[in-house]
Design a protein around this ligand. Structure first.
Ligand code: CP
Length: 318
């Protein structure tokens, strides 16, 4: 049974809890988005409070809550009383008065945990600076499960900005919780993975990225996960061009036909659009699977596991 109030990072989730989220996401999949409406969260309100830009995370949480039958409000910092000098802590405690669950993204590491301590309702971390993005890792794991029918015994190459890529940090932690998974991180010098995110099965390759082609051909991983260069977190004055890397058709041609290409998006220059038509390219599927994964997370945190436990034909509609 689910008994957590918040979803703040991957380490605070047990393997069983992760499997429970995936299980309920699969039950909810036939109802996810696109005009479906269940009655599971009828009468409840979710507020998104994003102090950093977002397309996928904010929109998918909103659609997920609508689909569960609840209501959604979006707090926008621009035009709010933050502009009069109000602090974020008072803002969060005020938003708590208007909703049943909060989804927060903030540029500061560990800030969402601090906000969660201030309130008495569930809080979901939608990204805290360069630290973690746990719900992205959960939807990524769901995508892997749907593709390979297992989340064990797989090899993943993770490419790019391992230093600041918060979704990559959460992904490494979640993938390392399952059996016999191997993670190979490939990053340019200066963007290697911080020690606190390493798991026993992590192997780091720090290299000039013009060698990517050969390295990936040699690794022969099941998954190639590409990360965006987080220009917004680079120290002031640092030139992002020195870290440039790109997955393109040439590289894809060297991979196995079964190797999938994943990316949390948004992408900038690191994944050439010439690969989009390849059946191994999954980023839009990931975005789609974010719906049922986030529906399961919201429903569990709001205490609706009982409604999810009945067969999917019987899920309550609005
Ligand atoms: N993947 C992800 O977090 O995308 P957004 O920044 O658009 O929410």
């Amino acid at each position: 049974m689910w008994d957590k109030r918040d979803l703040l990072d991957i380490n605070s989730l047990s393997r069983e809890e992760i499997e429970l989220i995936l299980h309920y996401a699969r039950i909810l999949e036939p109802f996810s988005g696109k005009g479906n409406k269940l009655g599971i969260c009828k009468g409840e309100i979710l507020i998104t409070a994003f102090f950093e830009p977002s397309t996928r995370t904010e929109m998918s949480f909103a659609t997920a809550m609508h689909t569960l039958g609840g209501d959604v409000q979006s707090f926008k910092p621009l035009g709010s009383s933050l502009e009069k000098g109000e602090n974020k802590e008072d803002t969060i405690c005020t938003l708590e008065q208007y909703c049943d669950i909060l989804v927060i993204r903030d540029p500061e590491i560990d800030s969402v945990k601090r906000y969660a301590d201030l309130v008495n309702i569930p809080v979901i971390n939608a990204g805290d600076g360069s630290n973690e993005h746990p719900t992205q890792a959960l939807l990524d794991l769901y995508t892997i499960w749907k593709t390979f029918n297992t989340i064990n015994g797989l090899k993943m190459a993770i490419i790019g900005d391992l230093r600041y890529g918060r979704n990559l940090h959460s992904l490494i932690k979640i993938f390392g919780k399952f059996d016999n998974n191997k993670i190979i991180g490939i990053s340019p010098p200066g963007l290697e993975l911080p020690n606190n995110f390493k798991t026993g099965d992590f192997k780091g390759i720090i290299t000039e990225m013009d060698k990517l082609n050969d390295i990936l051909a040699e690794i022969r991983s099941d998954i190639v996960y590409v990360g965006r260069l987080r220009k917004e977190y680079l120290p002031l004055g640092e030139n992002p061009m020195k870290y440039k890397y790109e997955i393109n058709r040439d590289i894809l041609n060297k991979l196995s036909e079964k190797t999938i290409i994943m990316h949390a998006f948004p992408r900038v220059d690191e994944l050439n659009p010439e690969v989009d038509s390849d059946p191994r390219f999954l980023p839009f599927k990931q975005a789609r699977y974010g719906l049922q994964t986030r529906m399961a997370i919201i429903a569990l945190l709001l205490g609706h596991e009982k409604e999810l436990m009945i067969s999917n034909e019987e899920l309550p509609t609005n």
